[in-house]
Write a protein that binds this ligand. Structure first.
Ligand SMILES: NC(=O)c1ccc[n+]([C@@H]2O[C@H](COP(=O)([O-])OP(=O)(O)OC[C@H]3O[C@@H](n4cnc5c(N)ncnc54)[C@H](OP(=O)(O)O)[C@@H]3O)[C@@H](O)[C@H]2O)c1
Length: 281
């Protein structure tokens, strides 16, 4: 329990390849292209965030890249993730899509490149392309997103190296239902990154979350972020609001007790805010 008190905004986990990855970062899904994303990323970096999660799909890679350059923080001190759009699967298309992402970001490498979504037929061709990108040093680490057990088994069997990361939807309202995926990741040294840690706000008024928030003197969002961190889940709450970006990072001065963690874990109802990858064969 006491090891958690040592967590801070610079805490990292060691990836199986690609070096350390911050445990905490900024999400940017639905962060509008232009000024709003540039400002949000700039504020986050100022506050101490060192991980930014974007994707070709989000349409804001150029703004993420610009904000990082404008921050004056050395490129190597910021961990940048982007993702292969689900319409760009296949070996050649994935290679091209990656180059386009790098161009929009204005970077010569990313820290992590993920397959965004496990399209049925061509995901393994895409994975081969990601392995090439890794070999060329254009991505420091490669991984997957929305992979459930059969998808992970496939890439573990057919790939030359295991993914460094699997990014999946994770919060107390689906954690126990996802333990099969989480355990398989842990057994294979794959880091688990949770998206929609705030349930896209849908469960911020849950009575148990609210009660624990009152008991700890924190906000429901802070409780959910802290829950992720204490489970060793990389977490990337999204906000474009300066106050909420600051609030979401102010989670290193308190600790959830084991019984509070257990009460949160018990909230599982297999709830998903977005796509369900279990329907992809
Ligand atoms: N791989 C994938 O398929 C996938 C899917 C979904 C998400 N993601 C990644 O994960 C990130 C996070 O997930 P998400 O964006 O879906 O949802 P989220 O982080 O759970 O929730 C974001 C929502 O919460 C609001 N919010 C932020 N901080 C708050 C606070 N302290 N109090 C109250 N409301 C708050 C935000 O509004 P404001 O901006 O107005 O603050 C926004 O509406 C994404 O941005 C993206 O980078 C990946």
């Amino acid at each position: 329990m006491h090891r958690h008190t040592a967590l801070d905004i610079d805490s990292t986990i060691e990836l199986p390849h690609g070096g350390p990855m911050p445990l905490f970062g900024l999400g940017t899904f639905r962060s509008p292209a232009g000024r709003q994303t540039r400002e949000a990323v700039g504020w986050a970096l100022e506050i101490g965030y060192r991980l930014v999660d974007t994707a070709a799909l989000y349409g804001n890679e150029a703004d993420v890249g610009a904000a990082i350059r404008e921050s004056g923080i050395p490129r190597e001190d910021v961990f940048v993730t982007t993702k292969l759009h689900k319409d760009d699967h296949g070996h050649e298309r994935a290679l091209r899509a990656f180059e386009e992402s790098l161009e929009r970001l204005g970077m010569d490498y990313v820290d992590l490149y993920l397959i965004h979504w496990p399209e049925s037929r061509r995901r393994q061709d895409s994975w081969d392309a990601l392995e090439r990108i890794l070999d060329e040093g254009r991505a420091r680490a490669i991984g997957v997103s929305n992979y459930v057990v059969p998808h992970l088994q496939e890439v573990l069997e057919h790939g030359s190296i295991p993914p460094a990361v699997n990014q999946i939807e994770l919060h107390p309202f689906n954690y126990r239902s996802r333990l099969d995926v989480v355990s398989l990741c842990r057994e294979n040294g794959i880091a688990v990154e949770g998206y929609s840690p705030l349930t896209k706000t849908e469960k911020l008024d849950d009575p148990v979350v609210v009660k624990i928030a009152r008991a700890t003197g924190r906000s429901p969002a802070q409780v959910l972020i802290r829950w992720s961190l204490q489970h060793g889940i990389v977490t990337i709450p999204k906000s474009i609001d300066r106050g909420r970006i600051r609030e979401n990072a102010d989670v290193f001065g308190f600790e959830l007790e084991p019984d509070q963690m257990a009460r949160l874990d018990a909230l599982d109802e297999d709830f998903l805010t977005s796509w369900d990858p279990r329907r992809v064969d």
